[in-house]
Design a protein around this ligand. Structure first.
Ligand code: ADP
Length: 157
C-alpha cells in the first residue's frame, strides 16, 4: 500500500519528519506531497521544500518527496496511493482534519488515515519555525539537525 502525505512543509519540521518515518514502517511507500497552493506565498519554493525533506529522510528508501498541484485526491490517484496520511497534534487539528477527510472521501472516494503526533513534537508547526527563523532564534529540536543551518542561513536572505 502506498500512502500520500500531503502538506505545505514550509519548512518541514521535526513533527512532519517523525510522522513520515513512522509511516514508512507501516506502508510499502510514502510519498510526501509538497502541495503548491497559488493562494499562499510560501517562504520556500517547492523545489527547496523537496530538497529539505530529502535531506532529512535520505535514510528512508521507501519515502520520496514530490511536488503536487490541484486536488490532493487527484494526486493520490495519479500516484497510485490508496490512502492519504495526515497528522493530528490535538483537538485543534481534529475538527478541520475530519472535515477534510470527509470531503476527500465524498469527492474522490479516497480514505484518510490520521496519526497522532509524538507528544514531544506536538507544539511544533511550520509557522512557529518561520517565526523563530525570522528572529534568529535556535532551531534546535524544532527541525531535524540536517537542515538547521540551511534554515538559519535562509533567515538572513
Ligand atoms: P497543511 O497546510 O496542509 O496543514 P502542513 O505542512 O502544515 O500542511 O502539515 C502537513 C501535515 O502534517 C498535516 O496533516 C499536519 O496536521 C501535520 N503536522 C504538522 N505539524 C505536525 C506535528 N508537529 N506533528 C504531527 N503532525 C504534524
Amino acid at each position: 500500500m502506498i500512502c500520500l502525505f500531503p502538506g505545505s512543509f514550509d519548512p518541514p519540521t521535526m513533527g512532519h519528519i517523525d510522522l513520515a518515518r513512522r509511516a514508512a514502517k507501516l506502508f510499502d511507500r510514502v510519498i510526501v506531497a509538497v502541495m503548491i497552493n497559488p493562494e499562499k506565498r510560501p517562504l520556500f519554493t517547492a523545489e527547496e521544500r523537496i530538497d529539505l525533506i530529502g535531506r532529512c529522510l535520505w535514510d528512508c528508501p521507501n519515502v520520496e518527496a514530490r511536488a503536487g498541484r490541484g486536488l490532493t485526491l487527484d494526486m493520490a490517484r495519479e500516484a497510485g496511493a490508496g490512502v492519504l496520511l495526515r497528522g493530528l497534534r490535538g483537538e485543534g487539528d481534529a475538527g478541520f482534519e475530519a472535515q477534510l477527510a470527509a470531503a476527500n472521501r465524498h469527492v474522490g472516494g479516497v480514505e484518510t488515515l490520521a496519526m497522532f503526533t509524538s507528544p514531544e513534537y506536538g507544539y511544533i508547526s511550520s509557522t512557529i519555525v518561520r517565526d523563530v527563523m525570522r528572529h534568529g532564534g535556535s532551531l534546535k529540536g524544532l527541525v531535524p539537525p540536517e537542515i538547521e543551518d540551511i534554515l538559519a542561513k535562509k533567515a538572513f536572505e
